[in-house]
Structures are given as C-alpha cells and as structure tokens.
Design a protein around this ligand. Structure first.
Ligand SMILES: C[S@@+](CC[C@H](N)C(=O)[O-])C[C@H]1O[C@@H](n2cnc3c(N)ncnc32)[C@H](O)[C@@H]1O
Length: 416
C-alpha cells in the first residue's frame, strides 16, 4: 500500500511555505508482522513502523493523521557529542535546534487538540529546546519540566557535578483541554490506611486539623477526651473546621483523638473517599519508573549481546502512556531507537506509529516487536500490563530519498 500526499495538504515549513519534495510511504508486507490466529477481538493490527528520516515521514503522515495523534513521545539525539554504535550524536548546536524545530512544527500539526508531547533531553540542549518549543506551542502550553532520575550512583570521575537526571519536557497542544491522569495507588500508599477503632466506614488515616489558610472561626481552644486542653492551633495556622463542625464530625466517630484520647484531634481520611490515584509530581525517581541500567538490562534480555546504547526503560514509557492516553489512542515516536515506545504502547493496547532512520529499525525494532506480538517478550512491563501477545504492525519505508536540505538529526553512524 502507498500513502500518497495530497497536493497542497502539507507544506509545513518554518515559514508555512509549501515544500518541494513530495514524500511517499510504501508498505513492505514482507517486513510487516501480525500474530498467528485471529487475535482476541481487541487486537490492534494497523500500527505502523516506518523506516526513514522522520522529517519527510512526518510530512507524509499529515494528510492522514493531522489532529489525530493523542500522545507523542520523542527521545531525540541529545547532541552530546558522543558517537554511539547506532548513531552519531553531535551536530552544531544551531543546526540541531533548527532540525528539531522543523520536526516539532509538524508534530504539533499531527497532535489532537487534547494531546500531549513528551520530550526527553539532558542539559546539553534541554533549555534551548524549551525556548524553541515555547515559540512553537506558545508558552501557556508548557506543562512541566519533569526530572527523571536516570542514574542512581554517584560518578566519582565527574569533573564538577555528577549528573543523575534527564529532563522530560511536557507540552500540551492546548492546555485548556489537556487531561493528565493519576498515578495508580500502590500497596505502599494504601498501607497508611488502618482501622484501629473498627470504624464501619472502613480503612482510614489521620489527617491534619490545622491548615495555613486564614480562617476566622478556626482559632478556638479544644478540650481532649482525656481532659487535656489545647489552647489553639500552632502559630501561623488555623483549625480547618469551626467548633460546631468539629463537634458534629466527632459525634459521627470521624475524629481520631489517639488511643488514649489525648492527641490533637485528627479528621479521618477514608480510603474509600480518596481518588483512585495520586497526582503526578515533577520528580520521577528511578525506583518508580526505572533507570538507564534497567533499560539496558531489558535490551540485553531481548537481544543478548546486541546492545543499544541509549534505550529508555519500559516503566518510564508505561507511566507516560498511562498519564496521557487511554486504550486505543494513537501514540507517535519519531525517534524510535530500539522501539521501546511501540513495545510498551502495544502491551498497553494503544495504537502506535514509530519512525526510525537507522538500521536498528531492522536489527532491534522488528525482532523486539515480533517477540511482543508473539507473546515471547516476558520482560519490561509485560507482567504489569498482563500482556500475552497479539495484534500486529505494518512496515513502511520512504519511497524517495530525503531532499538534501533536510539533513537528518544525528548523522548516521559511520561504518568502520
Ligand atoms: C536516543 S535514541 C532513541 C531511543 C529510544 N527511546 C529507545 O528506547 O530505544 C534516538 C534515535 O533517533 C534516531 N534518529 C535520529 N535522527 C533521526 C531522524 N532524522 N529520523 C529518524 N530517526 C532518527 C537515531 O537513529 C536513534 O536511534
């Protein structure tokens, strides 16, 4: 199958002028893959793996997919100056930024109104990228710069500061309609809830009665059941309930005074009434979402000796997709690397498109996805998502070479 660009339907250059080279994607069914059997009825087969430079590829996707992608995750070359085994990661700063801008402008067009863009970078380019991205998306659509702890041990050989984190920049296409999910409650969160007084409402934990918000009725003395008198709230704070409301809650058994009736009264917070999950914060620790070592271990388990230098851990992608997509939503990764985004999206029942210009598209992504689809990948988030196999993808490549003016981000690795 060929996806042809309709005349006049793209032309997303920096100045909005029409571009010259039409991009055509051609399917190669030999390289496409689907699970044996008919699947479960919920299987997704129309995922796309596209081999080629992402600039013409993204342009070719516009006629079909403008405004339809729910979540974009990209992990582009960080421009560190390193020569990795599968790609070189060092171009002149202004060139890198300009190439990223061209791609981000098209990515924005592909995003649905309520979509999110997540971008991982490090200190080499993150701040410059943010300024550029603010221009493309508008500053009001910047959501957060999340700190992901990618490393957990100190590097003694670091010249000044031992770097431990990456930036994950999050943008909304339109912040007014963006929804970000919650992080599911863990057994550890729930352990805080007990029921020492056999409250028929179930498990609860003590909450604070004092708050910082000024409240004119919240300054009274309290006499505990033990007889102890608490003169008032701590300095600079106020009781959050009036005297009458506190008495009412106490009469219903919803205030905890400690087992001897001598504590500062604590309103009970019931597990049943708290939200399904917690609001995500801007710090993501390695033990919650994985680190670089976890990611390399996942690749090692999949490919044995055949390493990939810069993969992301599956748990990191699981969190991102959980927060910004629902089953069936379309996810795009235009810098696919070893294919982590597609593998995780597949296991989570999301539809996906991945683009990769290096040979890792064939040496890593295809074998990885075949294992996922055939139910042979037991690692990463397979157990957490309950994944057993199924679905498929279609493989496409660019029919025409990219025009010379669209030099790729990150030079291809030189053969030695
Ligand atoms: C940091 S890696 C991505 C790793 C990936 N997140 C993973 O978990 O494996 C960046 C990838 O982007 C690819 N890349 C760089 N420039 C590209 C371009 N212009 N078009 C398509 N892919 C590109 C590189 O070949 C490399 O595989």
């Amino acid at each position: 199958m060929t996806i042809e660009r309709r005349p006049g339907a793209s032309g997303i250059g920096r100045d909005g002028s029409p571009d010259q080279a039409p991009s055509v994607l051609v399917e190669d069914p030999e390289r496409s893959h689907r699970a044996a059997g008919c699947g479960t009825g919920t299987d997704i087969f129309d995922n796309r793996l596209i081999f080629g430079d992402n600039l013409p590829v993204l342009k070719a996707l516009v006629p079909d997919l403008a405004g339809r992608v729910k979540c974009v995750f990209i992990d582009p070359p960080y421009n560190t100056g390193s020569a990795f085994a599968h790609y070189d990661d060092g171009v002149e700063h202004a060139v890198w930024l300009d190439q990223m801008r061209q791609r981000i402008e098209i990515i924005r067009v592909l995003m649905a109104e309520d979509a999110a863009l997540w971008v991982t970078l490090d200190d080499n380019e993150a701040h410059y990228f943010k300024v550029m991205c603010d221009e493309v998306f508008g500053r009001k659509n910047f959501v957060s710069d999340i700190t992901w702890q990618k490393v957990y041990s100190v590097k003694g050989s670091a010249r000044h500061i031992s770097g431990m984190h990456d930036h994950i920049l999050l943008y909304a296409k339109n912040i007014d309609v963006l929804t970000i999910g919650r992080i599911p409650r863990t057994a550890r969160n729930n352990k805080l809830y007990r029921n020492p007084d056999n409250d028929p409402r179930g498990l609860w934990r003590p909450g604070p009665l004092a708050a910082r918000n000024p409240y004119s009725l919240g300054t009274y003395p309290i006499t505990c059941p033990s007889g102890r008198v608490i003169e008032g709230p701590p300095n600079g704070s106020y009781w959050r309930y009036s005297k009458e409301r506190l008495r009412e809650l106490d009469a219903k058994g919803m205030i905890w005074w400690g087992k001897d009736g001598n504590n500062v009264p604590a309103p009970k917070i019931y597990l049943e009434t708290v939200a399904e999950g917690t609001r995500p914060t801007s710090i993501w620790k390695h033990d919650e979402v994985g680190n670089n070592q976890d990611a390399k271990r996942e690749i090692l388990d999949l490919f044995g000796e055949d390493m990939f230098d810069t993969p992301k851990p599956e748990r990191l992608l699981e969190r991102i997709l959980h927060l910004s997509t629902a089953p069936g939503d379309l996810v795009l990764d235009a810098f696919a690397g070893s294919g982590t985004t597609g593998a995780v999206a597949h296991k989570m029942g999301r539809r996906w498109i991945m683009v990769e210009r290096g040979e890792q598209c064939h040496s890593h992504i295809i074998p990885r996805l075949k294992k996922v689809i055939d139910g042979e990948d037991k690692g990463g988030v397979t157990e957490a998502t309950g994944w057993r196999g199924g679905g498929g993808y279609r493989y496409f490549r660019l029919a025409a070479p990219p025009p010379a003016s669209n030099a790729p981000i990150g030079e291809p690795a030189r053969s030695t």
